[in-house]
Structures are given as structure tokens and as C-alpha cells.
Design a protein around this ligand. Sequence first.
Ligand code: 13P
Length: 256
Amino acid sequence: MNRRYRKTVIAGNWKMNKTAAEARTLIDELKPLIAKVKWCDIVLCVPFVDIPAAIKAAKGSKIAIGAQNVHFEKSGAYTGEISAEMLAGLGVKYVIIGHSERRQFFLETDDTVNKKVVSALEAGLRPIICVGESLEQRDQNVTLDQIRLQVKIALKGISAKELKKVIFAYEPIWAIGTGRTATCEQANEVCDNIRACLREIYGARAARSVTIQYGGSMNAKNAKDLLAQEDIDGGLIGGASLKANDFSQIIDAANQ
Ligand code: 13P
């Protein structure tokens, strides 16, 4: 991380875990553990139905609430979907867009990711855009090509001013939920490449202020070393965000 130019952001992605009552319990446990945190922003991306309870429980703390997905249209005949405006109306501040699980199981494409980023920004939400390569792509040495493609398409039509609200999360698919973390060098190489791509489009000043997270089996043990890398400005954490103690240890590492 490099706090001179950008914010450190630790975000939990609960995925399809926790009822509203469980959400309240976890946030109540977490609050005293993070009461003194100064140098890092904290986000919990919870299931849609947990959002009102989570916002209520997090009130008065440093925890901001995010969603895990959003639809790209403002309203209309899209059964089962949720718009950015609906989320913003509840007090949601962030939304994860293009997580690899959504790309894999719900057929999201770079193009729908772009549309969702546009609608999130229009509603005043901060998108956390996920990019990452499969193991096959890494083995074939096309990781950086894949990432550049994802980054560029995600940002189609996004201005330099809007970019200030955008967070990227580099999540190698082979590291998600596998216990197999990217090495610090691998993770930093890709985050550095994301920034180089932003530099080409928006210039050096804009690029250096974008927060780029790493995600994929980040935990209390490996967080410190990953976060010590110049271009890793935070984490998007799955499994280890489901326990207050584990998650607060990662936040402590980011707060150093
Ligand atoms: P894990 O931390 O469980 O590997 O999940 C990472 C992730 O997918 C966060 O979005």
C-alpha cells in the first residue's frame, strides 16, 4: 500500500452466508475490535436481505455496508433483480461488480460488468470491480492480457472524475476459497499492471490514486506481507470475513 496517494480499504465479501440475525451478531462482535482503526476503510458486502439489519448494526461505527451485485437497469421488468438506486436508498455505499463467481455461475460478461459500473456510479455507489485469471490462463502466460481486457472493458465510458470512486479487486480465480494464496510478487505484479493500464487511459495522477485490492485466501497470517506491497491497497476477503476475530486481524494488519 502507498497511503500517500490512496486509501487502504479492507472489504469482506460474505457471499451467500449469514441470515440477518447472524449479520447483526457478527457486526456487534466486530465493532469493539475495530473501534480504534484509523488508517483503513472497512466495508462489509452482505447478502441483499441482510442490508437493512447490517446498516442498523453498523451505525455509528467505521463499517460501511456494500452489496455483492446490482442490476444495470434503473427499474423495469427484471424479476428478482435489484437496482443501484434501491441500494443507495437503503444507505449502501459500495457494490462488488463482476466477481468471478458471478461470471462463472451467472454468466456475467465484461460488457455487463461495464453496464453495472456505469449504473452504480450514477447512483452514487462505489463499485469494487473484480478481475482475475483462471489457472489455465496463468499457465498459458496470458494473465496480464486477460486482466487488461477486463479492466479496459469495465471502464468503457467512465470519466477520470468517476474513476476516483472506483476500486479494483484482483482476485485470481485459482486462489479463491482454495487456501492457495498468490505470492506477494504475483499479486503485486498484477496490481501494478492494473495501475499501468489505468495510467494509459487516465494518466499518472489519476492512476496512482485508485485503490487496488487483492483477494483470494487472504487471512490473518498472510495479510501483512501482501499489504506491504506497493500496489496492493487492501483486500477483498471471503472466508476470513465471516468471523469477527479473523477479519479484525486483517484490518489490524492494514491499519499499521
Ligand atoms: P476467499 O477469501 O474465501 O478466498 O474469497 C475471496 C473472494 O472471493 C472475495 O471476493
